[in-house]
Ligand binder design. Structure first.
Ligand code: FES
Ligand SMILES: [Fe+2]
Length: 333
């Protein structure tokens, strides 16, 4: 199993029009996306077989993509179907093609064939739920981004007021690693959710909270405030060795507040991400200078589990063979 065998988001569905190609970058591969005659997404290497012009700067007509340089035309199978300077195409030529699929209003690309499904976005378009989508670029690795998205201790330092205020409360959690999946179940959490506490947790009751990592690049955070459910799902796509594009779904069911709260939740989500972009750039610059040498406190066990799974994938090994583990931790927030 290696990183190229997983599905990565290349764009949101609405971004890929019927009559225009779209460039994407995944694991340093230049990819061009377009839609075939039936509207299905197609992904190919963004390079013309003829003289290497970028196909993403070309045109799409009738489900075929044509190169902007000499007009070679390709069908949805990547085959050259027309060469303007020739009366016949002649021998069969085929561009490098990747698998592409549309799911939950995202376009996913798989660089190398493997039997696996894209991650289903939790509660997306489920009755009573609404979703806000954000896209952001982080200057750091997928592993460090995912760790940040599932890290509680930084929230009171990086995101006070808009996410979580320090309250010197003890928190317990059960951390499990099983089959490429890490799950953290927080026990008796009574966090101070800053300026939104009055709405999310007015009686300061304990909230339900789980954090999960699904290999190779998905993190989900679930909060249950009574009947209110809030899910943050982030898919971290490796653009290159030090850049990660993160697609975030903020999905929630606040009943009559669903639509009214959208601009506030979009603002809050983006403000929190902007703060993380800054701290993750800071971390990545130091790692580039001095190398990645980490020390752990007990609650970093979550991160060491994630690192163990991602480490297996990065070294072309199967993370499903890692032993199952369960730990109970306590820390202060
Ligand atoms: S480089 Fe694409 S047609 Fe010539
Ligand atoms: Fe954060």
């Amino acid at each position: 199993m290696n990183q190229k065998q997983f599905w990565y988001i290349a764009c949101e569905s609405y971004q890929l029009k019927n009559d225009k190609p779209l460039p994407a970058r995944i694991m340093d591969e230049w990819v061009v996306l377009f839609r075939d005659k039936s509207g299905n997404p197609v992904a190919m290497q963004d390079r013309c077989l003829h003289r290497s012009a970028r196909l993403s700067t070309g045109r799409v007509d009738d489900g075929h993509i044509s190169c902007p340089y000499h007009g070679w035309k390709y069908n949805s199978q990547g085959e050259v179907t027309s060469i303007p300077s020739e009366t016949e195409v002649g021998r069969k030529r085929c561009a490098v093609k990747y698998n592409a699929i549309e799911k939950d209003d995202y376009i996913y690309v798989q660089l190398q064939e493997h039997v696996i499904e894209p991650f289903p976005m939790p509660s997306y378009k489920h009755k009573g739920y609404t979703t806000i989508r954000l896209q952001n670029v982080f200057e750091n690795t997928v592993t460090n981004c995912v760790e940040n998205f599932l890290d509680i201790p930084h929230t009171t330092y990086v995101h006070p007021t808009i996410f979580r205020n320090a309250s010197r409360q003890k928190m317990g959690a059960v951390v499990e690693r099983r089959k490429g999946h890490v799950k953290v179940t927080y026990l008796e959490e009574k966090s101070d959710f800053g300026i939104f506490s009055w709405f999310l947790n007015p009686k300061k009751e304990s909230v339900g909270h789980t954090d999960e990592f699904f290999m190779p690049n998905v993190s989900t955070v679930n909060y249950f405030f009574g009947k209110k459910h809030f899910i943050i799902t982030s898919q971290s796509v490796p653009v290159d060795a030090k850049t990660t594009k993160v697609y975030t779904d903020l999905t929630y069911n606040y009943g009559m507040w669903n639509w009214i709260s959208r601009p506030i939740i979009r603002w809050q989500g983006q403000a929190i991400i902007d703060q993380d972009i800054v701290i993750l750039k800071n971390q990545s610059e130091t790692i580039r200078k001095y190398g990645q040498h980490f020390q752990n406190s007990p609650c970093d066990i979550i991160h060491t589990y994630i690192e163990s799974i991602r480490g297996e994938i990065e070294n072309d090994r199967d993370p499903l063979t890692l032993s199952e583990k369960t730990e109970r931790i306590e820390f202060w927030v």
